[in-house]
Design a protein. Structure first.
Length: 238
């Protein structure tokens, strides 16, 4: 598979740019990426309508969505139909903005960094089946990360496992079936940024939350606001 390392911009999955490996189908949508040592790259993917996807279209040994490097900027927007994003975005001083608007949704993302530490991750879902599963700092270290999530409606279920020295979280879920599970391991932190930290606001419908921060010596901190419906909350901070 051909690999490339700089300034790749993909607009609409029906285009194929030289040096980037990618499978595209304008009706079935699909993008498979393998981009290594992609320092200073800008990657933009927009998928509108139909089956969407970005990596792992039911795998055959993991096709691919794999991007790594430093100082990268990733934007993925999926609008309508079956959505799905599965893969790894690994790199220090990097920003990822991922938006799924309507229908199947689903995201499984591994995020961390090499060498340099810091990053920004923004995830937004608006409507339909949601489900989300984020591993941050399990593939590579993830210090100094800011992670925000905004979900507006439908079936929800968010699971975050974060193993980071100092990640700032901010999550906001608005309605429908909800279920949030979050684990942040190892206290750490520095003088300018706290270790374990969590912030949230779940507003309506079936709710359930579970936050375990499980830290060795200090940090911890949770702010959880729930407004109504089936609610049940468990928080454990050792």
């Amino acid at each position: 598979m051909k690999k490339l390392s700089r300034n790749i911009v993909m607009m609409a999955i029906s285009m194929i740019f030289a040096g980037l490996t990618m499978a595209a189908d304008s009706g079935g949508n699909s993008v498979y990426i393998d981009q290594t040592n992609a320092d200073n790259s800008t990657i933009s993917i927009t998928q509108t309508g139909s089956d969407n996807s970005v990596g792992d279209k039911n795998s055959l040994l993991t096709p691919q969505f794999e991007i790594d490097g430093n100082a990268m900027f990733l934007t993925i927007i999926q609008t309508g139909m079956n959505n799905e994003i599965i893969g790894n975005f690994i790199g220090g001083d990097s920003t990822a903005n991922i938006t799924q608007l309507g229908n199947g949704n689903s995201l499984t993302l591994n995020q961390g960094n090499f060498g340099t530490s810091s990053g920004l991750l923004n995830l937004t879902y608006t409507g339909d089946n949601n489900i989300h599963n984020l591993n941050m700092g399990t593939t590579s270290n993830a210090g100094n990360y800011t992670y925000t999530l905004t979900t507006t409606g439908s079936s929800n279920i968010i699971t975050n496992t974060i193993n980071s020295k100092y990640t700032v979280n901010n999550i906001n879920i608005s309605g429908n079936s909800n279920t949030l599970t979050t684990t942040q391991i190892g206290a750490n932190g520095t003088s300018n940024l706290q270790g374990h930290y969590f912030n949230s606001s779940i507003i309506g419908n079936n709710n359930t939350a579970s936050i375990t921060q499980d830290g060795t010596t200090r940090p911890n901190q949770v702010t959880l606001n729930v407004t109504g419906s089936g609610t049940s909350t468990t928080i454990i901070q050792h």
